[in-house]
Design a binder for this molecule. Structure first.
Ligand SMILES: Cc1ncc(COP(=O)(O)O)c(C=O)c1O
Length: 427
């Protein structure tokens, strides 16, 4: 049995009986609690496989795998589930998941005037061109396990459509994974969504709904339509922990890969800079690195720096307000720390302009535990990072995907040895 618990209200669910996505108490009453489901107990001394597919290599670290095994499925059954999706993904997107490269980028470090090494983990060649598909592969494997093991939470699942509100990398990732699983997907996008993204989504068979703002309606119309569809029975297939706590887990494979590589080269960076939008990536990294440390892959934990742009920095605002408030208390008074950014956000790094950092709480925990902080970058730094990435590496990442490096430019003395993640191929 695998249990999930809400870090805000303490609600406890059996992931085989209820979907481990949204806390059952979320949205019932306006209780100001930060409802996010997290796995209750992590795997004890998980092993690392010899495979290069992270969903095989780190399978014992993943709660869907543990659910599979505790529900009577064999290890070979998991390997088959991953293998079938991998094959289908190769047909849909050219390849499935493989460990992505991480290398020291000497020219880039030199160009930025850094004294020590700078490692860049390259996610631009991952499934659908970014790290986002990792989150959704974890969710899809959970759905597949529920079906294969005939668990109560899997009853009539296939009759329900998947849904996501996004017009960028998350939507593309959802569309690839959904197509590979042959599962219908609804994508809710704004009227000004990029034409190339729309075309690819259609090509992948996603059903697109363009969401105009309705008179008198507050909040993001795409998110509101997504919530209505989920309330009508659709499965939340996005990457925000508030709507799908389990989505964070697949993202942790990124941290495991980095930790293993650092162990292999015998070092640990002092600082890891991560671009933050909705917060699932930084939350997954914070949790994944902490687990890697706990299981002996890292001798220390890098300080985590969560990078947002001046155009939209709700996490940085929350971080300042948190000051010395303990996080247990903060989870019960969410609106004191997190609320939608008031101004219409603008940035070259448009993929991290989420008006709320949904996973703020887990990131704050990671910042505190590692001795890190938030970093707010201006547009000159965003552009400088983007240009430097193009000029001094062979990775063609978008400005969103190099925004973590903008944090390094803003705060170069954060550590001697620094790591960043380039994600989101330039389209
Ligand atoms: C390339 C890239 N990097 C980082 C992020 C930030 O991820 P998160 O929204 O989980 O904070 C995004 C989000 O869209 C992205 O597209």
């Amino acid at each position: 049995m695998v249990r999930f618990r809400c870090h805000g209200c303490g609600a406890d669910i059996d992931a085989g009986v209820h979907l481990a996505f949204r806390c059952p108490n979320a949205g019932k009453i306006d209780d100001d609690i930060d409802h996010v489901l997290v796995v209750e107990t992590e795997a004890a001394s998980p092993s690392i496989g010899s495979e290069t597919d992270p969903f095989l290599r780190y399978r014992t670290w993943l709660s869907p795998y543990r659910l599979a095994r505790s529900s009577g499925l064999s290890d070979a059954a998991w390997v088959d589930l991953v293998g079938e999706l991998d094959e289908a993904m190769t047909a849909v997107d050219g390849h499935g998941f493989r460990i992505t490269p991480m290398a020291e980028q000497r020219h880039l470090a030199q160009a930025l005037g850094l004294q020590g090494p700078l490692w860049v983990k390259d996610e631009t060649h991952n499934v659908s061109g970014s790290h986002k598909a990792r989150h959704l592969m974890g969710v899809m494997l959970y759905l597949r396990v529920l079906e294969a093991a005939g668990l109560p939470a899997g009853k009539s699942l296939k009759a329900r459509r998947l849904a996501i509100a996004s017009c960028g990398n998350a939507a593309l990732a959802a569309a690839v994974v959904a197509r590979a699983a042959d599962w219908p997907l609804d994508v809710f996008i704004p009227p000004d969504a990029d034409d190339a993204v729309k075309a690819r989504l259609k090509e992948l068979g996603a059903q697109i709904t363009i969401c105009d703002r309705r008179a008198g309606e507050a909040g993001d119309p795409c998110y509101l339509r997504f919530r209505e569809t989920v309330a009508g029975g659709a499965i939340p297939f996005g990457v925000q922990g508030t709507d799908n706590g389990l989505a964070i887990e697949g993202g942790r494979t990124l941290a495991f890969e980095m930790a293993e590589e650092f162990k292999r080269i015998g070092t640990v960076p002092d600082a890891l800079f991560v671009q933050v939008g909705g917060g699932a990536l930084a939350s997954a990294l914070a949790q994944g690195l902490a687990l890697a440390r706990m299981n002996g892959l890292l001798s220390s934990t890098p300080r985590l720096f969560a990078v947002q742009t001046a155009g939209c920095a709700p996490l940085a605002r929350a971080w300042e307000r948190l000051d010395s408030v303990d996080l247990e208390t903060a989870a019960k008074m969410r609106s004191r720390f997190m609320w939608p950014w008031e101004a219409t956000p603008m940035s070259l790094a448009h993929g991290i302009l989420d008006d709320e950092t949904y996973d703020w709480w887990a990131i704050a925990a990671g910042l505190r535990a590692s001795g890190g902080s938030t970093v707010v970058v201006d547009e000159t730094e965003v552009a400088a990072a983007h240009n430097a990435g193009h000029l001094h590496t062979d990775i063609i990442a978008s400005a969103t995907g190099t925004a973590g490096l903008a944090g390094v430019i803003a705060k170069p003395a954060a550590g001697e040895k620094i790591a960043v993640i380039f994600s989101g191929v330039e389209r």
